[in-house]
Design a protein around this ligand. Structure first.
Ligand code: PMP
Length: 338
Protein backbone atom coordinates (compact mmCIF):
# COMPACT_ATOMS: atom_id res chain seq x y z
CA UNK A 1 0.00 0.00 0.00
CA UNK A 2 1.19 3.51 -0.83
CA UNK A 3 0.58 6.25 1.72
CA UNK A 4 0.00 8.79 -1.04
CA UNK A 5 0.13 9.18 -4.79
CA UNK A 6 3.72 10.34 -4.43
CA UNK A 7 4.91 6.83 -3.58
CA UNK A 8 3.41 5.65 -6.88
CA UNK A 9 5.95 7.76 -8.81
CA UNK A 10 8.76 5.73 -10.39
CA UNK A 11 9.49 1.99 -10.37
CA UNK A 12 7.94 1.80 -13.82
CA UNK A 13 8.22 -1.44 -15.82
CA UNK A 14 10.66 -2.07 -18.67
CA UNK A 15 8.75 -3.35 -21.69
CA UNK A 16 10.43 -5.26 -24.54
CA UNK A 17 9.68 -3.63 -27.88
CA UNK A 18 9.17 -6.68 -30.08
CA UNK A 19 9.55 -5.39 -33.61
CA UNK A 20 12.41 -3.01 -32.81
CA UNK A 21 14.22 -5.90 -31.09
CA UNK A 22 13.56 -8.43 -33.86
CA UNK A 23 14.61 -6.07 -36.64
CA UNK A 24 17.92 -5.16 -35.00
CA UNK A 25 18.88 -8.41 -33.24
CA UNK A 26 19.20 -6.39 -30.04
CA UNK A 27 17.00 -6.27 -26.96
CA UNK A 28 15.30 -2.89 -27.14
CA UNK A 29 13.46 -2.07 -23.94
CA UNK A 30 11.19 0.87 -23.18
CA UNK A 31 10.77 2.28 -19.69
CA UNK A 32 7.02 2.78 -19.31
CA UNK A 33 7.00 6.27 -17.82
CA UNK A 34 3.39 6.78 -18.93
CA UNK A 35 2.53 4.55 -15.95
CA UNK A 36 3.43 7.28 -13.47
CA UNK A 37 0.41 8.91 -11.73
CA UNK A 38 0.70 12.06 -13.89
CA UNK A 39 1.23 9.75 -16.88
CA UNK A 40 4.66 10.95 -17.94
CA UNK A 41 8.38 10.84 -17.19
CA UNK A 42 8.08 14.34 -15.72
CA UNK A 43 6.48 13.23 -12.44
CA UNK A 44 10.01 12.35 -11.31
CA UNK A 45 11.32 15.87 -12.00
CA UNK A 46 8.23 17.38 -10.34
CA UNK A 47 8.79 15.34 -7.20
CA UNK A 48 12.53 16.01 -6.93
CA UNK A 49 12.17 19.74 -7.63
CA UNK A 50 9.51 20.12 -4.91
CA UNK A 51 11.41 17.98 -2.37
CA UNK A 52 14.60 19.97 -3.07
CA UNK A 53 12.77 23.27 -2.49
CA UNK A 54 11.34 21.91 0.75
CA UNK A 55 14.79 20.80 1.93
CA UNK A 56 16.15 24.28 1.22
CA UNK A 57 13.29 25.80 3.23
CA UNK A 58 11.93 27.64 0.17
CA UNK A 59 8.39 26.22 0.26
CA UNK A 60 5.87 26.98 2.98
CA UNK A 61 2.54 25.14 3.43
CA UNK A 62 0.05 26.54 0.92
CA UNK A 63 2.89 28.04 -1.12
CA UNK A 64 2.77 28.45 -4.90
CA UNK A 65 4.96 26.62 -7.42
CA UNK A 66 5.29 28.46 -10.73
CA UNK A 67 6.56 26.80 -13.90
CA UNK A 68 6.82 27.25 -17.65
CA UNK A 69 6.18 23.88 -19.29
CA UNK A 70 5.10 22.10 -22.45
CA UNK A 71 2.58 20.44 -20.12
CA UNK A 72 3.96 17.26 -18.62
CA UNK A 73 6.15 18.94 -16.01
CA UNK A 74 3.15 21.07 -15.04
CA UNK A 75 1.09 17.92 -14.62
CA UNK A 76 3.82 16.19 -12.57
CA UNK A 77 4.32 19.25 -10.37
CA UNK A 78 0.58 19.63 -9.87
CA UNK A 79 0.07 15.98 -8.88
CA UNK A 80 2.82 16.27 -6.26
CA UNK A 81 1.78 19.78 -5.17
CA UNK A 82 -1.82 18.73 -4.57
CA UNK A 83 -0.72 15.74 -2.52
CA UNK A 84 1.48 17.98 -0.36
CA UNK A 85 -0.78 21.03 0.00
CA UNK A 86 0.76 23.47 -2.49
CA UNK A 87 -0.71 25.35 -5.46
CA UNK A 88 0.67 25.47 -8.99
CA UNK A 89 0.60 28.28 -11.55
CA UNK A 90 1.52 26.89 -14.96
CA UNK A 91 2.57 28.89 -18.02
CA UNK A 92 2.15 26.91 -21.25
CA UNK A 93 2.70 27.84 -24.92
CA UNK A 94 -0.57 27.81 -26.86
CA UNK A 95 0.87 25.33 -29.38
CA UNK A 96 0.75 22.42 -26.91
CA UNK A 97 -1.98 19.79 -27.11
CA UNK A 98 -5.47 20.52 -25.76
CA UNK A 99 -5.37 17.23 -23.90
CA UNK A 100 -2.43 18.37 -21.75
CA UNK A 101 -4.15 21.70 -21.04
CA UNK A 102 -7.37 19.89 -20.08
CA UNK A 103 -5.44 17.57 -17.77
CA UNK A 104 -3.76 20.55 -16.09
CA UNK A 105 -7.09 22.29 -15.49
CA UNK A 106 -8.67 19.05 -14.29
CA UNK A 107 -5.88 18.54 -11.75
CA UNK A 108 -6.39 22.07 -10.43
CA UNK A 109 -3.42 23.92 -11.89
CA UNK A 110 -3.92 27.63 -12.49
CA UNK A 111 -3.16 27.74 -16.21
CA UNK A 112 -1.83 30.66 -18.22
CA UNK A 113 -1.66 30.13 -21.98
CA UNK A 114 0.81 32.33 -23.85
CA UNK A 115 1.85 32.69 -27.51
CA UNK A 116 4.73 30.37 -28.45
CA UNK A 117 7.81 32.54 -29.12
CA UNK A 118 11.53 31.56 -29.23
CA UNK A 119 13.64 31.42 -26.07
CA UNK A 120 15.53 34.61 -26.96
CA UNK A 121 12.25 36.59 -26.83
CA UNK A 122 11.64 38.04 -23.33
CA UNK A 123 8.03 36.83 -23.57
CA UNK A 124 9.06 33.19 -24.03
CA UNK A 125 7.00 30.99 -21.68
CA UNK A 126 10.03 29.96 -19.60
CA UNK A 127 11.15 33.55 -19.03
CA UNK A 128 7.57 34.69 -18.35
CA UNK A 129 7.19 32.01 -15.69
CA UNK A 130 10.40 33.15 -13.99
CA UNK A 131 9.19 36.76 -13.83
CA UNK A 132 5.76 35.68 -12.62
CA UNK A 133 7.35 33.64 -9.82
CA UNK A 134 9.34 36.71 -8.72
CA UNK A 135 6.14 38.79 -8.58
CA UNK A 136 4.13 36.13 -6.75
CA UNK A 137 6.92 35.63 -4.22
CA UNK A 138 6.20 39.22 -3.11
CA UNK A 139 2.40 39.08 -3.14
CA UNK A 140 1.40 35.53 -2.17
CA UNK A 141 0.83 35.16 1.60
CA UNK A 142 2.59 31.77 1.66
CA UNK A 143 5.26 32.67 -0.87
CA UNK A 144 6.06 31.34 -4.33
CA UNK A 145 8.96 29.53 -5.99
CA UNK A 146 10.01 29.01 -9.61
CA UNK A 147 10.50 25.31 -10.40
CA UNK A 148 12.88 26.23 -13.28
CA UNK A 149 13.09 22.68 -14.63
CA UNK A 150 15.58 23.57 -17.39
CA UNK A 151 18.28 24.95 -15.12
CA UNK A 152 17.38 23.35 -11.81
CA UNK A 153 19.56 20.27 -11.47
CA UNK A 154 17.21 18.73 -8.90
CA UNK A 155 15.54 17.57 -12.14
CA UNK A 156 18.47 15.42 -13.28
CA UNK A 157 19.26 14.39 -9.70
CA UNK A 158 15.88 12.65 -9.75
CA UNK A 159 16.95 10.58 -12.75
CA UNK A 160 20.38 9.79 -11.29
CA UNK A 161 18.75 8.59 -8.07
CA UNK A 162 15.74 6.75 -9.52
CA UNK A 163 15.50 6.18 -13.30
CA UNK A 164 19.14 5.13 -13.75
CA UNK A 165 19.13 2.91 -10.66
CA UNK A 166 15.88 1.24 -11.71
CA UNK A 167 17.24 0.55 -15.21
CA UNK A 168 20.47 -0.87 -13.77
CA UNK A 169 18.62 -3.25 -11.44
CA UNK A 170 15.83 -4.18 -13.87
CA UNK A 171 18.43 -5.27 -16.44
CA UNK A 172 20.60 -7.02 -13.81
CA UNK A 173 23.39 -4.66 -14.85
CA UNK A 174 23.29 -5.99 -18.43
CA UNK A 175 22.25 -2.72 -20.06
CA UNK A 176 24.67 -1.80 -22.90
CA UNK A 177 23.12 1.44 -24.06
CA UNK A 178 20.64 4.15 -23.17
CA UNK A 179 19.22 6.68 -25.60
CA UNK A 180 16.68 9.49 -25.36
CA UNK A 181 15.61 12.87 -26.66
CA UNK A 182 16.10 16.07 -24.67
CA UNK A 183 13.60 18.62 -23.41
CA UNK A 184 15.37 19.91 -20.33
CA UNK A 185 18.06 17.21 -20.51
CA UNK A 186 17.15 15.97 -17.04
CA UNK A 187 16.31 12.49 -18.26
CA UNK A 188 19.21 11.98 -20.68
CA UNK A 189 21.97 13.58 -18.60
CA UNK A 190 20.64 12.14 -15.33
CA UNK A 191 20.29 8.57 -16.59
CA UNK A 192 23.66 8.87 -18.37
CA UNK A 193 25.43 10.01 -15.20
CA UNK A 194 23.72 7.35 -13.10
CA UNK A 195 24.48 4.49 -15.49
CA UNK A 196 28.08 5.62 -16.20
CA UNK A 197 28.53 5.71 -12.41
CA UNK A 198 27.53 2.03 -12.38
CA UNK A 199 29.61 1.06 -15.43
CA UNK A 200 31.84 3.12 -17.72
CA UNK A 201 30.99 0.69 -20.55
CA UNK A 202 27.35 1.76 -20.88
CA UNK A 203 27.00 3.83 -24.07
CA UNK A 204 24.75 6.87 -24.19
CA UNK A 205 22.90 8.18 -27.24
CA UNK A 206 21.07 11.42 -27.99
CA UNK A 207 18.01 11.22 -30.25
CA UNK A 208 17.33 14.77 -31.44
CA UNK A 209 14.19 15.79 -33.36
CA UNK A 210 14.47 18.17 -36.32
CA UNK A 211 14.43 21.77 -35.14
CA UNK A 212 16.61 21.01 -32.11
CA UNK A 213 20.21 22.22 -31.92
CA UNK A 214 21.90 19.57 -29.79
CA UNK A 215 22.80 17.07 -32.52
CA UNK A 216 24.91 19.71 -34.29
CA UNK A 217 26.37 20.78 -30.95
CA UNK A 218 27.55 17.30 -29.97
CA UNK A 219 28.78 16.40 -33.49
CA UNK A 220 30.20 19.74 -34.76
CA UNK A 221 30.46 21.90 -31.65
CA UNK A 222 27.91 24.50 -32.79
CA UNK A 223 24.28 25.01 -31.79
CA UNK A 224 22.30 25.17 -35.00
CA UNK A 225 18.89 23.92 -35.96
CA UNK A 226 16.97 23.20 -39.12
CA UNK A 227 13.50 21.90 -39.86
CA UNK A 228 10.76 21.17 -37.36
CA UNK A 229 8.90 18.40 -35.54
CA UNK A 230 5.33 17.92 -34.34
CA UNK A 231 6.60 16.16 -31.22
CA UNK A 232 6.02 18.01 -27.94
CA UNK A 233 8.19 18.38 -24.85
CA UNK A 234 11.51 17.85 -26.66
CA UNK A 235 13.82 19.78 -28.98
CA UNK A 236 16.33 21.95 -27.13
CA UNK A 237 18.25 24.92 -28.57
CA UNK A 238 20.73 25.59 -25.76
CA UNK A 239 22.90 23.84 -23.17
CA UNK A 240 20.71 23.89 -20.07
CA UNK A 241 22.21 23.51 -16.60
CA UNK A 242 20.90 19.94 -16.63
CA UNK A 243 23.08 19.22 -19.70
CA UNK A 244 26.25 20.73 -18.27
CA UNK A 245 29.04 18.17 -17.87
CA UNK A 246 27.25 15.73 -20.16
CA UNK A 247 28.28 14.43 -23.60
CA UNK A 248 26.74 11.49 -25.48
CA UNK A 249 28.71 8.65 -27.15
CA UNK A 250 26.28 8.61 -30.08
CA UNK A 251 24.09 11.32 -31.56
CA UNK A 252 21.23 10.84 -34.02
CA UNK A 253 18.96 13.31 -35.74
CA UNK A 254 15.54 11.73 -36.19
CA UNK A 255 12.92 13.16 -38.57
CA UNK A 256 9.21 12.81 -37.75
CA UNK A 257 8.59 10.61 -40.80
CA UNK A 258 10.98 8.04 -39.26
CA UNK A 259 9.59 8.30 -35.70
CA UNK A 260 5.83 8.50 -36.27
CA UNK A 261 5.39 5.22 -38.20
CA UNK A 262 7.01 3.50 -35.21
CA UNK A 263 4.39 5.04 -32.89
CA UNK A 264 1.57 4.06 -35.26
CA UNK A 265 2.80 0.46 -35.62
CA UNK A 266 3.18 0.06 -31.85
CA UNK A 267 -0.51 0.82 -31.34
CA UNK A 268 -1.61 -1.70 -33.92
CA UNK A 269 0.90 -4.48 -33.36
CA UNK A 270 2.04 -4.29 -29.74
CA UNK A 271 -0.80 -2.61 -27.83
CA UNK A 272 1.36 0.34 -26.87
CA UNK A 273 -0.12 3.80 -27.42
CA UNK A 274 2.59 6.42 -27.03
CA UNK A 275 3.26 10.12 -27.60
CA UNK A 276 5.53 11.45 -30.33
CA UNK A 277 8.67 11.89 -28.23
CA UNK A 278 8.61 8.14 -27.50
CA UNK A 279 8.74 7.61 -31.28
CA UNK A 280 11.89 9.76 -31.54
CA UNK A 281 13.37 7.76 -28.65
CA UNK A 282 12.60 4.35 -30.16
CA UNK A 283 13.88 5.45 -33.59
CA UNK A 284 17.05 6.54 -31.76
CA UNK A 285 17.27 3.16 -30.01
CA UNK A 286 16.96 1.36 -33.37
CA UNK A 287 19.73 3.53 -34.87
CA UNK A 288 21.93 2.93 -31.82
CA UNK A 289 21.29 -0.83 -32.05
CA UNK A 290 22.42 -0.74 -35.70
CA UNK A 291 25.51 1.28 -34.77
CA UNK A 292 26.46 -1.06 -31.90
CA UNK A 293 25.56 -4.30 -33.71
CA UNK A 294 23.36 -7.28 -32.71
CA UNK A 295 23.32 -8.77 -29.22
CA UNK A 296 23.16 -5.55 -27.23
CA UNK A 297 20.59 -4.43 -24.68
CA UNK A 298 19.41 -0.88 -25.28
CA UNK A 299 16.99 1.00 -23.07
CA UNK A 300 14.93 4.06 -23.93
CA UNK A 301 12.09 6.05 -22.41
CA UNK A 302 8.38 5.74 -23.24
CA UNK A 303 7.76 9.31 -22.09
CA UNK A 304 3.98 9.61 -22.12
CA UNK A 305 0.76 8.03 -23.36
CA UNK A 306 -0.73 8.59 -26.81
CA UNK A 307 -4.16 9.76 -25.64
CA UNK A 308 -2.40 12.96 -24.58
CA UNK A 309 -2.09 13.71 -28.34
CA UNK A 310 -5.32 12.26 -29.72
CA UNK A 311 -6.29 15.57 -31.39
CA UNK A 312 -2.91 15.88 -33.15
CA UNK A 313 -0.73 12.81 -33.60
CA UNK A 314 -3.72 10.47 -33.97
CA UNK A 315 -5.85 12.87 -36.03
CA UNK A 316 -5.67 12.25 -39.83
CA UNK A 317 -6.61 15.86 -40.65
CA UNK A 318 -3.84 17.23 -38.44
CA UNK A 319 -1.28 14.85 -39.99
CA UNK A 320 -2.33 15.72 -43.55
CA UNK A 321 -2.05 19.41 -42.69
CA UNK A 322 1.59 18.77 -41.72
CA UNK A 323 2.27 16.65 -44.85
CA UNK A 324 2.86 13.60 -42.69
CA UNK A 325 1.82 10.07 -43.69
CA UNK A 326 -1.56 8.91 -42.34
CA UNK A 327 -1.68 5.18 -41.55
CA UNK A 328 -4.59 3.36 -43.22
CA UNK A 329 -6.00 1.98 -39.96
CA UNK A 330 -6.53 5.46 -38.57
CA UNK A 331 -9.31 6.13 -41.06
CA UNK A 332 -10.84 2.66 -41.18
CA UNK A 333 -14.45 2.45 -39.98
CA UNK A 334 -15.82 -0.66 -38.31
CA UNK A 335 -17.80 -2.73 -40.77
CA UNK A 336 -19.46 -5.48 -38.75
CA UNK A 337 -23.20 -6.19 -39.06
CA UNK A 338 -24.95 -6.72 -35.72
N1 PMP B 1 8.92 13.70 -23.80
C1 PMP B 1 7.91 14.43 -23.35
C2 PMP B 1 6.52 14.14 -23.85
C3 PMP B 1 8.13 15.46 -22.43
O1 PMP B 1 7.11 16.22 -21.98
C4 PMP B 1 9.46 15.70 -21.99
C5 PMP B 1 9.74 16.78 -21.00
N2 PMP B 1 9.65 18.08 -21.47
C6 PMP B 1 10.51 14.93 -22.52
C7 PMP B 1 10.18 13.92 -23.40
C8 PMP B 1 11.95 15.21 -22.21
O2 PMP B 1 12.35 15.03 -20.91
P1 PMP B 1 13.49 15.90 -20.23
O3 PMP B 1 12.89 17.24 -19.89
O4 PMP B 1 13.89 15.14 -19.04
O5 PMP B 1 14.61 16.09 -21.21
Amino acid sequence: MYRSVIEAIGNTPLIRLRRASEETGCEILGKAEFMNPGQSVKDRAGLFIIRDAEKKGLLRPGGVIVEGTAGNTGIGLTVVAKALGYRTVIVIPDTQSQEKKHALRLLGAELIEVPAVPYKNPNNYVKLSGRLAEQLAKTEPNGAIWANQFDNVANREGHIATTAEEIWHQTDGKVDGFVSAVGTGGTLAGVAMGLKGRSKDVKIGLADPLGAALHSFYTEGVLKSEGSSITEGIGQGRITANLEGFAPDFSFQVPDDEALPIVFDLVQDEGLCLGGSSGINIAGAIRMARAMGPGHMIVTILCDYGTRYQSKLFNPEFLRGKNLPVPGWMEKTVDIAV
